[in-house]
Ligand binder design. Structure first.
Ligand code: G16
Length: 546
């Protein structure tokens, strides 16, 4: 570790005083101009994490994902590509807030962490870092790298601009592949396209049954998805990318992208309703760092129809359930669908009552969903906002491989089902929700089932719902329990919500503080559009006045 003088000089160059940080739903996320200090301390902490894990490489992504262009943020990724171990969020927050107080407080906390965590600062470690396309990114990465220099034995690889899931993927590959292996974004494209080609070959799919429009939110997903699809003959002429202006900083997530489409329940800028009415047309929106995706189309009347994270969860649940039956694995392999309180009541009902699937509910944030999903052999986790993936256990992979090795009838339905199960473990980025990989997986499933977007949508009908953002003086006063479905503070507010909910049919509403934006979110669903809107607005009003 650096000597006091060098440490102090780096600290003084990069840290400012006075701001209080909290590690939120997806890391630290604030207006970019208050982030220098926490970038610096995250550099230190990522180094400590790597050393603590015996030198395994950890990832760091500088992004504010769906937030407006002036925001930014940072999150640490575990060696296998998962979100930072939750017990370390506390250390990350403490170190940042000590640095925000004074140099001596920072130094004391750093020494304390080194001792408590028994970190040997002479050993070597590694960090891979990337950023999304925001204007503040380069400056914040410099502050981060300065922090990482505090532990000179930790080497940094800077991948420049990537999508968040690419960074997760590369972090995991760095630890998985032997030293000297060529690891870069090309590996990501090759793995996904190779899985896609094998799936489509196996199923005799020669071309995409839809014309695909991709709204890239004017974020980094645009150039990356174009780079990947341009390498595929299969996709040639089959798609169009709109809102791909990632170099105009102010355009990021503006009137477009997954969050805009999901929250406003309407088409993004650049995608027209008339073009979306045909049965062979499907559109999707990424968010700013391409870790979320929602699909949509327009019905014959030109009405917008959303196919969100809940619809993806039910699509994958049906698909994998069918494959498990065909492969004779329905009793050997356990499958779970993990949702949050935002999941539409109809989707939960469909999963449980129609598909007979096990459903779990966790707090918002993929870190919580992922944690629950890993407990099963197939863990399908999606937030309604389109953030999610499917993960497969070692038992699942071993079972499928053993059955494949024992299967001699390679033209049988069960053999093909086993092959598909195996290939989907490659097509899906299991480290984290990934717009590009989820897009391919959904397109593959629809093509295999021979489903149109309309058919997918008709599986169940969403209860009308409304999501509102309410500004309050202090969102930290809003505390929840029961997977965020009930408020425990401010006192008495939940009782008022319950009274309102009881006045509507099939109604549900909850309130929680956002962990990525300075706002409180209000969700309401009910039997009709008018009821859902009224309930959301009434709950919003009592939140504002609380
Ligand atoms: C992040 C998280 C998601 C979460 C979303 C909103 O998404 O990764 O799991 O659903 O924030 O969280 P909150 O309601 O707490 O603001 P992203 O795409 O912005 O990284």
């Amino acid at each position: 570790m650096l000597e006091t003088e060098a440490l102090k000089s780096l600290y003084e160059k990069h840290c400012k005083h006075g701001f209080q940080y909290i590690y939120g739903t997806a890391g630290f996320r604030y207006k970019a101009d208050v982030l220098d200090t926490v970038m610096f301390t995250t550099g230190v902490l990522a180094g400590l994490r790597s050393l603590y894990l015996n030198g395994q490489t950890v990832g760091v992504m500088v992004t504010a994902s769906h937030n407006p262009p002036e925001d930014n943020g940072v999150k640490i990724v575990e060696p296998r590509g998962e979100m930072l171990e939750q017990s370390w969020e506390k250390y990350a927050t403490e170190l940042a807030n000590c640095a925000s107080q004074s140099y001596s407080s920072f130094e004391t906390k750093l020494q304390e962490l080194v001792v408590t965590l028994k970190v040997d600062t002479k050993k070597s470690g590694g960090i891979v870092v990337a950023r999304d396309s925001r204007e503040s990114g380069p400056h914040l990465v410099s502050a981060f790298k300065a922090g990482a220099q505090v532990l000179p034995t930790v080497k940094i690889i800077d991948y420049g601009i990537l999508t968040t899931p690419q960074l997760h993927f590369l972090t995991s590959k760095t630890n998985e592949l032997p030293e000297g292996a060529e690891i870069g974004e090309q590996l990501y494209y090759q793995e996904l396209l190779s899985a896609w080609d094998q799936v489509t070959d196996l199923c005799g799919i020669k071309s995409l049954p839809f014309h695909l429009q991709i709204d890239a939110a004017n974020g980094i997903g645009g150039p990356k998805v174009m780079e990947m699809l341009s390498q595929s003959d299969f996709f040639s002429g089959a798609y169009e990318v709109v809102n791909a202006d990632w170099q105009t900083y102010a355009a990021l997530n503006h009137l477009c992208g997954a969050d805009f489409v999901k929250t406003n329940q309407k088409l993004p800028h650049g995608i027209s309703s008339s073009g979306n009415q045909a049965a062979n047309q499907i559109s999707c929106s990424f968010d700013g760092d391409a870790d979320r995706i929602v699909f949509y189309y327009c019905d014959a009347m030109g009405h917008f129809r959303l196919l969100d994270g809940d619809k993806m969860a039910t699509l994958f649940a049906k698909f994998f359930q069918d494959l498990l039956h065909q492969a004779g694995l329905q009793d050997a392999i356990e499958m779970v669908a993990v949702q949050t309180a935002y999941a539409n009541g109809s989707s939960t009902h469909h999963l449980e009552k129609v598909l007979g699937a096990t459903v779990k509910c966790t707090s918002t944030g993929v870190k919580h969903l992922h944690h629950e999903a890993v407990k099963s052999d197939i863990g399908i986790y999606f937030e309604a906002n389109g953030h999610g993936t499917v993960i497969f256990s070692t038992k699942f992979v071993d079972t499928v491989n053993q059955r494949l090795a024992a299967s001699t009838q390679d033209i049988s339905k069960s053999h093909k089902a086993l092959q598909l199960l195996k290939l989907f473990t490659k097509l899906i980025n299991q480290t984290v929700g990934d717009a590009i990989s989820d897009m391919l997986a959904v397109l593959a499933v629809l093509s295999i089932l021979n489903w149109t977007p309309q058919k997918w949508d008709q599986e169940y009908t969403d209860l009308p719902n409304r999501l509102l953002k309410v500004s309050v003086p202090d969102r930290t006063l809003f505390k929840t329990t029961n997977a965020e479905r009930q408020l425990v503070s401010p006192a008495g507010l939940q009782q008022k919500i319950d009274v309102l909910v009881s006045k509507f049919d099939k109604a549900r509403s909850f309130v929680r503080a956002s962990g990525t934006e300075d706002a409180v979110r209000v969700y309401a669903e009910a039997a009709s559009r008018a009821q859902a809107d009224s309930l959301a607005s009434m709950v919003g009003t009592i939140v504002e006045n609380s």
